[in-house]
Design a protein around this ligand. Structure first.
Ligand code: NAP
Length: 268
């Protein structure tokens, strides 16, 4: 148990299991009080009880299905109105491993609703208070498929590319007021893979990280001031070259004439 002074409250979505539950553990040990959000009340209660006992932090739970409008509004209100909240971890998310033609559109719709719409609404609810108070952090859990969409279902990759783009844009717009970080995990050993349709046992084990190692690396990246953290990538310079090439190309992406290769002779 700790008597350490509170660093404020972290609201973590998808905290009932997997990556979110590890964030809850690590952030409590770093001195944060917690609000744990997910649908499974029993799992939330069990985790909250353990963390209260082991860390002495205040841990509350908020049962919410973030694809249900009324539940989402409740969490938005909490973020907008509770000035003790100093961190939002947008972690709740689902994946899909089936190719487009074998996917049910209802599943894709639900995935986008959670991975994109809920994340956006929660970010939008938290941001004004965070910006006004300063010293607050938003961690957005994206995925390596944000930059490698060919690896899994393209809608999942697209949803995570959105998370990365939103984070990069927020860093540009609000970086002096709110600390933002996008985390791009590779395959991580959680129930995610069962839900997505391919249990993690079917993956080559050399590409699978534990959720504990993934979160510890992501928090180390946060401590190092990274806006984008890719826990598995051995050489940071590789990401920096990729990102620098993108930023440099951005200066030539909008012009008043088409590129020369598209200037064909007009037929009279
Ligand atoms: P997980 O073990 O399946 O956990 C997902 C969490 O999200 C659970 O706590 C679940 O809780 C919650 N959740 C799911 N649907 C929800 C809904 N409609 N409303 C509220 N909460 C909901 O998966 P994970 O691996 O920890 O995934 C966490 C994040 O990491 C996701 O954004 C995922 O895309 C990302 N990620 C995972 C991997 C990987 O390989 N595992 C790789 C890259 C990125 P309840 O069921 O209790 O609601």
């Amino acid at each position: 148990m700790t008597t350490q002074q509170s660093k404020g409250t972290a609201l973590i979505t998808g905290a009932s299991t997997g990556i979110g539950a590890v964030y809850a553990d690590r952030l409590a040990r770093r001195g944060f009080d917690l609000i744990l959000v997910a649908r499974d009340q029993q799992k939330l209660d069990a985790l909250a009880a353990r963390l209260r006992k082991e860390t002495g932090r205040a841990v509350s739970t908020l049962k919410a299905d973030l694809t249900v409008a009324a539940d989402l509004r409740t969490v938005e209100r909490r973020l907008a109105e509770d000035s003790r909240i100093t961190m939002l971890v947008n972690n709740a998310g689902v994946g899909a491993t089936a190719p487009l033609l074998e996917s049910k559109v209802e599943d894709l719709d639900r995935m986008i609703s959670l991975n994109v719409i809920a994340l956006t609404r929660l970010t939008h609810a938290a941001a004004p208070g965070f910006a006004a108070r300063g010293n607050a952090t938003i961690i957005n859990i994206a995925s390596i498929v944000a930059i490698a969409p060919e690896v899994l279902n393209g809608s999942y990759g697209g949803s995570k590319a959105y998370v990365l783009a939103l984070t990069q844009s927020m860093h540009k717009e609000l970086g002096d007021k709110i600390r933002v970080q996008a985390v791009l995990p590779g395959a991580t050993s959680t129930a995610f893979w069962d839900v997505a349709g391919t249990p993690v046992q079917y993956l080559p084990q050399e590409i699978v990280m534990t959720a504990e190692d993934m979160v510890d690396a992501a928090l180390a990246g946060l401590d190092q001031g990274e806006v984008v953290t890719i826990p598995s990538l051995p050489d940071l310079a590789e990401w920096e070259r990729f990102n620098a090439a993108r930023m440099e190309m951005a200066t030539r992406l909008s012009r008043n004439t088409p590129a020369a290769r598209y200037l064909t002779e007009k037929v009279q």
